[in-house]
Design a protein around this ligand. Sequence first.
Ligand code: ADP
Length: 644
Amino acid sequence: MGEYLKKIVVITFTILIGMNLFPYEIYASEKRNVLFITTYSSCTSDFEKRISGIKEGLEQGIDLHTKYFSESIIENKEEQKYFVDELKNTLQEERYDAIIVGDYYTLKFAIKNRDEILKDLPIIFFGVSNNEIIEEAISKDKITGVKQALSIESTINLIRKYHPFTNNIVVINNYEDSKEIEALKNEIIPKFKDINFKFIYTSKLSENEFKKKIKHLDENNAILTIYPNDFKNSNWISDNDINELINETTNNIPIYNLVEEGIGSGSIGGKVVSIYSQCKKVGEIARDFIEGKKVKPLYISDNDANKYMFDYINMSKSQIKPNMLPEDSKLINSPKDFITLYKGVFIFIILFVVALIIVIITLIRYLAYKKKHEEILKKAMKEIEEINKLKNHFIINMNHELKTPITVINSVMQLTKYVKKQDEKYFISEKNIVLVEDNCQRLLKLVNNIIDLEKIDSQEINLNMENVNIVEVIEDTVLSVVPYAQARNIDITFDTKEEEIIMSVDKNKIERVVLNLLSNGIKYSKEAGFVDVRVYVCENNLHIVIEDDGIGIDDENLNKIFDRFVRVDNSLARTNEGSGIGLSIVKAFVDCHNGNISAKSIKNVGTSFIINIPIVIKNYNDGNDVKQISTDNYIKQELADIYL
Ligand code: ADP
């Protein structure tokens, strides 16, 4: 049992010691903090760029805090003391795992206070180009960072590539005695023997003097700005304003920059110091420190953190195309940027336009639907109106059609009664008998037509089909109306080349069709006119044409005459009797024979009806395929409208 306990104690201790040997494992569950001491306040334009760069490098799980180190602290001892006290408090209140400094002054401050307040804390720097302070910093334990170096040579190479006719490069910098100018003159210019370098030092010039110096530069020149901001009498001009000033004064001389801030306001671009890249690297180094990884004395000692950056608007002016740029170049102000920037607005506009189009289409369709239905309604109303009119017309017509024969019959009967009173032996005269008979026929015709109409409507027309010689049928029908035609002094003719056309028809119906058309021809003809009937065969179709030189029908009414109850309201027509049913029955009978009927007419010239019936012969197996013609007494009935 004692052995057992001993084992448990040993294992527990081993675990605890192991955890102490690997502090990261313990810290993993703790909150980690990094303090960034910065001379750039949150109001400055690239503050956000610095913060997001460091955060990107730190990744998740490490909090970044900032402490503002104002420039006045550098000069003022009192303020420096106050800042130190404040920093001490900050470091006591919270546990920090690393310090980041972002320029020469804060690095200097950190080195100076390394032992007193920042003891044992890893310090990582960026934004520093001064070699001496970098040397001093990296000689100490746990201080490392990235050096800020200008890409002068790479940017001159860009000028040479994109402006091959450039002879002179005008370098603009604050001071003549700067390290950058020294390096340029000693190390870089000797490599570019074919180019003249001119120098303008802004600290020696006022703004106007500067303008005068650049005014006469021609297209053989290109401008390279290093740090061009500090003018005579401590007049400080931003990179953007310098670019604008140069563009205003010169005639579009290409401008190249070495710092990111200078791009986007009139310069073409260059390989520029990228604060974001430096900050990201610094964040990564801080994380390495925290995770206990091995850390190098200096991470970037040259311009590796810099980026090729170009302004699409200005490079387009010099005919530089995006595909001519070095790989991984950053392009600003490109149409793509514009689209990305206003993506939300574009999507909104597109959705709005689509919604608008949908609304407009729906509205148009609704209006079209409404209009269509209004038109259908209007048409239906018109039809109802028309039917009503026809109905009224029909009733008035019927009234007339019934009244006239009844009045005639009644008159004859009254006269007979009266005369019979005078003379007991009186017999009704032959003339009056015919008159009564005619009017009875007329009444019968009307009743039969109404019955036929009813049959047509209920599709109950009985066809009594038989094979007949149709030429004979039509000729006999024409002959039967001759007395009626003569009574009106109308010349009636029958014309055909065919002697015999045998076909299957309902003879009675065909006779009624022809009689009706002949009756109309006589009724609506002029004095001493003619009615001509022609029969011929064309493409196995029987054609019957009934033509007159009567009053004719106007175009408006011509397409209505086959509708029932239609009577053309014509003063001449009204002198004749009729119900307006005849042609609708004619059409129905022709349709029964799979034929068709049409009419042509010219007002006051004449009318012709054309019937077209397919010639078909059928075998009826009754031993008598061709029926003999029998004369029916309905001729009188069909022509009852015409008084002899
Ligand atoms: P109706 O009994 O009134 O004659 P229809 O149906 O036979 O009735 O004819 C309809 C209308 O067509 C007639 O009222 C007449 O106005 C016109 N019509 C028919 N045939 C002729 C024709 N040959 N010449 C002129 N008008 C005609």
